[in-house]
Design a binder for this molecule. Structure first.
Ligand SMILES: Cc1ncc(CN)c(N)n1
Length: 227
């Protein structure tokens, strides 16, 4: 359970795009993931696209090592990069094999619109060299996934489903998300001067865009199947 200060910056950001957030957490993909009934073609589409997301996500963590304003934070991001290399990349490789996706299929796929949108958002955050902008995108990507990962449901049985849920729940993942949220709360500028207000407006717009993309990312995995 993530805690945020009442009346703080992160609480305001969360409220600003609540509808898309709730739609993503309660998405059919999440329901079917826990039930173990996501069709393999949908899972394959989702994972192929998400492996592209993963690549840009790693770049954002690297940018946080570069641009975080405290050494303790830099080290935390560095630690997470090691974890992702060890745990998440190996999940993708196992999962691709399980749903019949070959290395040629996932190496350089056509990007679906939400993946391309995320690429723009993440590359923009990296290019901005702004720690608050990087944190906004990271907080959404990780907190929204923790929100559904922590749902109390019976677990499925296949590794492709269980593995993806397990990567997004548990004490260590929750502590990582709490760290990101605390950092964002700390670095969002307060005050009513024009610069602080303009920064908060920019971060709120970025928040809305990225939460919308999370919802669209799940929708898109089903689109070719439904059409
Ligand atoms: C699209 C998306 N958003 C978030 C996550 C969790 N890191 C993810 N793997 N993919």
């Amino acid at each position: 359970m993530i805690t945020v200060p009442a009346g703080g910056a992160v609480e305001a950001l969360r409220r600003s795009a609540d509808e898309d957030w709730a739609a993503a957490v309660g998405h059919r993909f999440v329901e079917e993931l826990f039930a173990g009934t996501v069709p393999d073609e949908v899972m394959a589409t989702y994972l192929i696209q998400d492996y592209q997301f993963f690549e840009d996500f790693l770049a954002m963590l690297g940018a946080c090592v570069a641009h975080a304003d405290r050494i303790e934070a830099k080290l935390r991001f560095a630690r997470q990069l090691g974890f992702l290399e060890a745990e998440e990349d190996s999940y993708f490789i196992r999962a691709f094999a399980e749903v019949g996706v070959s290395p040629a299929d996932y190496a350089d796929p056509v990007l679906l619109a939400p993946t391309a949108g995320f690429r723009d958002v993440m590359k923009g955050a990296v290019a901005s060299a702004s720690y608050p902008d990087l944190l906004v995108v990271l907080v959404i990507a990780e907190w929204l996934y923790l929100d559904w990962g922590e749902l109390e449901r019976e677990m499925p049985t296949r590794d492709v489903h269980v593995g993806w849920i397990d990567l997004h729940r548990g004490e260590d993942f929750a502590a990582w998300v709490q760290f990101l949220v605390d950092e964002l709360e700390r670095v969002v500028p307060r005050g009513d001067d024009a610069e602080a207000v303009a920064t908060r407006d920019r971060l709120t717009a970025l928040w809305g865009r990225a939460v919308g993309l999370e919802r669209a990312f799940f929708d898109e995995a089903y689109r070719s199947q439904d059409s």
